[in-house]
Design a protein around this ligand. Structure first.
Ligand code: DGI
Ligand code: FE
Ligand code: FE
Length: 193
């Protein structure tokens, strides 16, 4: 597994721009720290953090054509806002071309932008660490960081809420998976599961 971390690190350093690579390292560090705090696997958190945006800088037309070829388009919105595809693309890429077999890491990479109903703890961690890494700066981001430290489930729900508010304020359409993720997180917290 150690080798994997180094391989993914080198790959990210090679293909990402300087700013995106810095964001990637910040997500990996923050995700690792949160994982240790919550008793999750810090190496998996680091791998998923390093891999999460690997497909982000591919030209959009290539992201769309790869998503079509790899059968990753599931909603009309996926084609309408193709910038939400880079998570599933990176996960497919890692699985099929770099032989990453760990399904927990792959799921966390795939769901990092939109989430999904039934997210695992590691998926919540990467979704939330991406939004709250140390360079992110928006009102009340510190409250989100603290909330994630206190309770990963509640903190993640607060992160999904913040995404919904941000999308509404910037008059951007809400992807059905974001809405489903929100409803699922709310339901699970109310049920205490
Ligand atoms: O790749 P990053 O910039 O690090 O972060 P990300 O993978 O969370 O992508 C963020 C972008 O995805 C941001 O521009 C908001 C957008 N996004 C997230 N959820 C939705 C969404 N865009 C739309 N239209 N609808 C969503 O539900
Ligand atoms: Fe992303
Ligand atoms: Fe990111």
């Amino acid at each position: 597994m150690l080798l994997r971390v180094e391989e993914i690190y080198d790959f990210a350093a090679r293909i990402l721009s300087e700013t995106r690579f810095k964001h990637t390292l910040d997500v990996a560090d923050w995700a690792e720290k949160l994982a240790k705090h919550h008793g999750l696997d810090p190496v998996k958190a680091r791998c998923a953090g390093l891999a999460h945006d690997l497909a982000k800088e591919l030209p959009m037309k290539d992201q769309l054509s790869l998503a079509r070829r790899w059968k990753l388009l599931h909603y009309p919105e996926d084609e309408r806002y193709p910038y939400v595809l880079h998570g599933p693309l990176a996960a497919y890429w890692m699985e099929h071309y770099y032989k990453v077999e760990d399904t927990e890491i792959l799921a966390a990479v795939a769901s990092h932008t939109l989430g999904r109903p039934g997210m695992s703890q590691l998926e919540m961690l990467i979704y939330s660490a991406d939004l709250t890494e140390p360079s992110r700066d928006f009102p009340k981001v510190d409250n989100l960081r603290q909330s994630l430290y206190d309770d990963l489930g509640k903190g993640t729900l607060a992160c999904v809420e913040r995404t919904l508010i941000y999308l509404r304020e910037s008059k951007r359409p809400i992807h059905p998976l974001t809405q489903l993720t929100y409803e699922d997180m709310l339901r699970r917290l109310n049920l205490g599961t």
